[in-house]
Design a protein. Sequence first.
Length: 128
Amino acid sequence: MKKYRFHYFIICLGIICLGILSRKISFIPLFIGDLLYAVMIYVLTRLVFIKKKGIQIAITSLLICYAIEFLQLYQGEWMIELRKTLFGRYVLGQGFLWIDMVAYTFGTTIAFLLENLTLKRLSNQGSA
């Protein structure tokens, strides 16, 4: 399992780089960053709960994404100050948008499907 954790960690770093790039390149639609954010949360959740089923990881990561999005509705002074930091801006976001929920749903679904396809291929190669 350590080997898989390392792979998920490397994938997560790649997704973070792609997500940051997606915000720096103007012609990439903003929802791509949100979609990648959901994929990153899926991979991080998988990293922590390596032995759980994919559907459990998908539901958990989707709930985390939704919770962070709804947390953007809270405008306490300390939260506003936290959002002014680089960490707060990237992790907590700036403002609530319903469309982000759609991007999170698609991102989580894509991550779930890609993981299942990859794991099926790996198990088929291992049994051949």
